[in-house]
Design a protein around this ligand. Sequence first.
Ligand SMILES: Nc1ncnc2c1ncn2[C@@H]1O[C@H](COP(=O)(O)OP(=O)(O)OP(=O)(O)O)[C@@H](O)[C@H]1O
Ligand SMILES: [Mg+2]
Length: 271
Amino acid sequence: MPEAPVVLHAQGVSRRYAKGVMALSPVDLTVREGEFVTLLGPSGCGKTTLLRLMSGLDVPTTGTLTRAVDEDDLSYVFQDATLMPWASVRTNVRLPVDLTRGSGKRSAADAAQAVATALERVGLSDFADAFPRELSGGMRMRVSIARALVTAPRLLLMDEPFGALDDITRQHLDDELLALARKHRLTVVFVTHNVFEAVYLSTRVVVMSARPGRIVEDVNNDAPMRDAAFRGSPDFAMRAARLQAALLKGQQPGGQQPGALSAAGIGDTQP
Ligand SMILES: Nc1ncnc2c1ncn2[C@@H]1O[C@H](COP(=O)(O)OP(=O)(O)OP(=O)(O)O)[C@@H](O)[C@H]1O
Ligand SMILES: [Mg+2]
């Protein structure tokens, strides 16, 4: 089978913030169409930093990042829900449609339908007229996911979208997300620090070290079925244990490559 087209390609991409904080060591990473790639790593290792670079919200300090999908075909789910507090759920979800409607792609009726469908997908049809302050934190996060889905993006960048949710809701949304990704052949880059969620969702898991983040392992996760039986299987537990071990390796000082912690280390810390 020929390889799917490249959607994202990072080469030697690093990020140093003002005051010299080295957030990301040079990273090489290629994401292909239809992949569900999870960035897994401890808090502060540069996951959000890398995702923002992929989205174009931020620019790398070194290296090059190319993306074969334009802005209208990309959605970003922020780690916090970031809703407009003065606007209803419906208006919040419709925002990206309004922003792209200039291209004449959608009528008002189409837009309303897209909003209704997106809200249904996250189980919030009854809250279209509510305001963000009237929702729980988890519900606000679901609104933010609906807002990302409403434009039917080809590339979805998601920063710990389900981190604040209870397990049952999280598992439900995991299943919804997988179904959507398959149906629309979405390419997804998903951030989490939860090994179980990574195993359940991903076709591939990129394990990152403690700050400054670098890739410690790039693990293929082509499991056949994603369902309750998979969650409870020895295969699932083994995959999770393997990721946990990789995470631990990236936490230990011995797991760091020489120079990874020093400012002079830029450029000589390839994964
Ligand atoms: N705008 C900024 N200015 C300065 N330093 C920053 C900025 N954003 C992030 N950092 C630093 O860069 C490092 C990586 O941050 P980042 O937000 O990418 O981590 P993360 O892996 O997403 O963590 P978490 O899992 O807690 O969300 C952290 O040490 C953080 O303090
Ligand atoms: Mg983050």
